[in-house]
Ligand binder design. Sequence first.
Ligand SMILES: Cc1cc2nc3c(=O)[nH]c(=O)nc-3n(C[C@H](O)[C@H](O)[C@H](O)COP(=O)(O)OP(=O)(O)OC[C@H]3O[C@@H](n4cnc5c(N)ncnc54)[C@H](O)[C@@H]3O)c2cc1C
Length: 453
Amino acid sequence: MNERNGTSGVTLVAGAGLAGLTAAYRWRQRGEDVVLVEKAPYVGGMARSHHRNGFIFDFGPHFIIEKTSLLDELFAPDELVAFGPEIHMVLGGRWIRYPFTPSSMLKVPLGVQMDFLRTRALGPRPGVDYGPPDSFRSNMSRQFGHGLYDFFFRPYLTKKFGGWDISDVVHSDWWAMATHTRGVVTRFAPPAPRPGHAMGALRKLARLTKELPYVFRKLALWYPRAGFGEIPRRIAEQFVHNGGVIRLNSQISQIRRTETRITGVVVDGEEIPVRRLIWTASPNLLARMLGTSTLDMPTLHSVIYFISTDRRYRRRGTEVRPVDPEYAFYRAYFPETICEGLTPGGRSAVVAEVGTTNRDDLAKAGEKYGAMIDTCAALGLFPHGAVTDIFHDVQPDCYPVYPLDYETRLQRYYSELAPIQNLLLAGRNARFQYYNSHQVIRDGERTVEDVLF
Ligand SMILES: Cc1cc2nc3c(=O)[nH]c(=O)nc-3n(C[C@H](O)[C@H](O)[C@H](O)COP(=O)(O)OP(=O)(O)OC[C@H]3O[C@@H](n4cnc5c(N)ncnc54)[C@H](O)[C@@H]3O)c2cc1C
């Protein structure tokens, strides 16, 4: 029995991704009994790495966008390498630097450039149909011109979404949450339209010129020398060292509750009394177990292909995003360009990502090895015959997707959970937020702040 509020039981954390690990670690540091339950046989969730034949592969390109204090606690400064990605799109057969810089914009068709500059200076064209007001298409083409939208955004995202054109169905907030890069097409706020106002147009042109230096700045990211999966591994190590319990391969099948509290969680058939539940897994599973409405929002699933090659091949940039439809994946990174030690000496690798909204595709992913290798050869990443190993891994529900009415849906979901006082949500899926790792780490940490029970 707890003295403070008369409840007993452990702090149970569901899910050992970065959010759950961080929450578990911080609660344990506060002296709580913490049990971390994970259905997979490993910790890390989406931030997992595969170690195979001397190669270290992450589940898709993974970089630390913002260092948090937790990372400073776990890593000595020289264990994190600074990294500046160089990304190229392949559009109409041309390699174009991304985020678009003024020089890469020169490779874009002239009509698209003119439309872009005109839109930046004068705002959206009056009388043009930009689609539903909150839609992704409306927001992006009003900011950057519909020429650039049709040339780049539409085909790129249709490819990322496995053939689904999200233009008019996805809310513009989705992109705002998804991007963290600096470039001509990602950095600036939409210009307010003031047609016919010459001084206003001049001011906007002047502002655009002033902003251009930002696009030349290298993005400073961080990366753990031992692979991204080293982050969850170290948090788990410290948590266990401090007396925390991790149960891998464990399924949560039921949650016991009253009107206002979670009282117990059934794990592998055993009921565990809980003082609080920190949930980082699927929102729909949680809702089903609590008897509340599910959060029926679309998600994107990923298949990642890990390809090892026989020797080191020349690279243009650190990541390529082939937009043209003939290519089988929408982005790939090259581990050997991040730091030494991710590939054995003198060897290269390609980690390629395919997105789909159809779960059935995940089971058929193994049928696409030939297409992945053909695409790498067609892009000149390595010649046919260079592959020494290929395997894949899948992750359902790894990108949240926001339909136009997403706020109403999220509000309903949260309001039904609100009466349950000892339930805390953290992480990308549980909160249905397009969070990156530093954000889910902070989210996990926030569970220990301002909590009175
Ligand atoms: C391809 C890709 C690239 C990315 N690139 C970057 C990047 O460059 N930089 C960056 O900062 N972030 C990146 N991210 C995002 C980052 O990976 C996520 O924000 C973060 O890993 C999410 O952590 P989480 O703990 O919220 O969720 P998850 O990692 O999904 O963890 C949830 C855990 O819950 C477990 N679970 C699910 N159901 C149950 C259950 N019933 N019982 C018990 N356990 C359960 C899951 O197995 C999982 O381990 C990327 C993500 C992807 C997919």
